[in-house]
Design a protein around this ligand. Structure first.
Ligand code: 0X9
Ligand code: CA
Ligand code: CA
Ligand code: ZN
Length: 451
């Protein structure tokens, strides 16, 4: 059943008076209760498709899936996002409709224990602040840091999400107000709504840069010779939707409606304009958790990131040299390409591949993650890494943070691990910052950087 949205339910662009917001909430609740509306998912109510409403999603182990090709096929046919990969199985998050679809396809699913401590905390206490920063708390923390360290940090709004929230980039460097000729490094976080640990990673880095500059010699030297950009939340609407009701909703995508469909959202990490939708690594179905969008960069959040990155071309040269996109979970370090199983492909020759692998392994040696090409997991097309490298020549990794498997809490590990699991990546981040002036140094070929 498709419920047409009355005007107050349309996503707000910019600010609205409080009363209107309240009215919207009341109308939304009434609709949900009386009609079982699926477009405005309220806790415990509706049961939309995979990754699009997420009230009754549970975690499953899918057995007998052992190769990258089998995993890619499962992701494609099942329209599911794979949360974790094991030797002969994968972990997925799925609602009942998805479970039925997979079982019809012949897959064997086994439900895993909830193991969702952070979610349990949040559900138990709407009024008790969760250990994880909300979007507005994140913005407040950023503003506070920037105002305390004005010579080292500045922030700018680089665009707005579908629902009109600010997407902010923080710059950190000596002489931060001047665009100096220093290698630039970008860190992006929270592209997937429920991966809240990655926002904590951004706040950890900002705090570390702020408080250790002038104290830690290595970090000081790096910030004197580099310009760092941190985007703490690429997907603020998704974050708010997942977190702010007090019960985590297992949401992944953005919150952009899809025309002609009751399913909400685009997977931002399938929406980038490099071989978009090419290779069975994303879904064309709006109900899927890996829906690629109606066209490349159809999601405003994708465009905000790519416009920002394109804006860093100065004097014909892309200033950003290296990038990490932080996700969770699985404890992995991944490099391009995702769209092909081949180690090398147009734009990615053996030297580049070896530099990726060498620096990837160095970083992994520091944090205990597993380093591999991203398609070793499963194929993805339209991912941020492929676009950054294939279209901008930026060395681009994905970090999949803690935990290693769903038993550690999946997307919602307990708040008690935040400090340890963010600090765990300090060294890896510094390693990449260090290499950013010439990644080919890592394979003993500095001449390749000369051009
Ligand atoms: O599937 C994704 O988008 C990422 N995993 S997650 O569980 N956080 O959703 C992995 C992306 C890896 N990058 C590429 N395959 N290019
Ligand atoms: Ca500087
Ligand atoms: Ca610069
Ligand atoms: Zn992710």
């Amino acid at each position: 059943m498709r419920i047409p949205l009355p005007p107050p339910l349309r996503p707000a662009r910019g600010r609205r008076p409080r009363t209107a917001a309240l009215l919207t909430l009341v109308v939304a609740l009434a609709l949900t209760l009386t009609l079982g509306a699926q477009a405005t998912a309220a806790p415990g109510g509706s049961r939309p498709g995979a990754g699009s409403g997420a009230e009754d999603t549970r975690t499953y182990e899918v057995r007998g899936v052992s190769s990258a090709a089998q995993r890619s096929a499962l992701a494609l046919q099942g329209g599911v996002a794979i949360d974790a990969v094991h030797d002969h199985s994968v972990t997925i998050t799925a609602d009942r409709a998805t479970v039925r679809r997979l079982e019809r396809l012949g897959y064997l699913l086994e439900e895993l224990p909830a193991g969702n401590p952070a979610a349990a905390d949040g559900a138990a206490a709407l009024s008790t602040p969760s250990a994880y920063h909300s979007y507005s708390q994140t913005m407040a923390a950023v503003n506070s840091l920037v105002s305390r360290y004005p010579d080292l940090m500045s922030s700018r709004v680089i665009g707005t999400s579908y629902e009109g929230r600010s997407i902010v980039a923080v710059k950190i460097s000596d002489n931060v107000r001047t665009d100096e000729n220093e290698p630039e490094i970008l860190f992006t976080h929270n592209m997937h709504a429920r991966e809240h640990l990655t926002t904590e990673m951004a706040l950890y880095l900002l705090n570390e840069f702020a408080t250790q500059y002038g104290r830690d010699a290595r970090l000081t030297q790096l910030l004197n010779t580099r310009e760092v950009w941190v985007i703490p939340s690429v997907n603020p609407d998704g974050k708010v939707y997942d977190q702010d009701s007090g019960v985590f909703r297992n949401w992944r995508k953005n919150r952009q409606p899809n025309s002609g469909s009751r399913y909400i959202g685009t997977d931002i990490n399938r929406n980038f304009a490099y071989h978009w939708g090419c290779c069975g690594g994303s879904s064309g179905s709006t109900s899927s958790a890996t829906y690629r969008g109606s066209g490349p960069e159809s999601a405003p959040e994708t465009r905000v990131v790519t416009n920002f990155v394109r804006g860093r071309v100065v004097g014909g040269r892309q200033q950003i040299r290296a990038h990490i996109d932080f996700h969770s979970y699985s404890e992995l370090i991944l490099w391009p390409y995702g769209y092909t199983y081949n180690d090398t492909a147009p734009g990615l020759d053996a030297d580049a591949r070896n530099a990726y692998a060498t620096v990837g392994r160095q970083m992994a040696a520091s944090n205990g993650y597993r380093p591999q090409q991203s398609s070793d997991l499963y194929v993805t097309d339209g991912s941020i890494n492929d676009w950054m490298w294939g279209s901008q020549g930026i060395w681009s990794y994905t970090f999949e943070m803690y935990p290693r498997s769903s038993s550690g809490g999946g997307f919602y590990p307990p708040g008690s691990v935040i400090d340890r699991e963010t600090a765990r990546n300090r060294e890896a981040v510094l390693i990449l910052m260090d290499h950013a002036d010439c990644m080919y140094d890592a394979i003993g070929k500095p001449a390749l950087c000369a051009s």
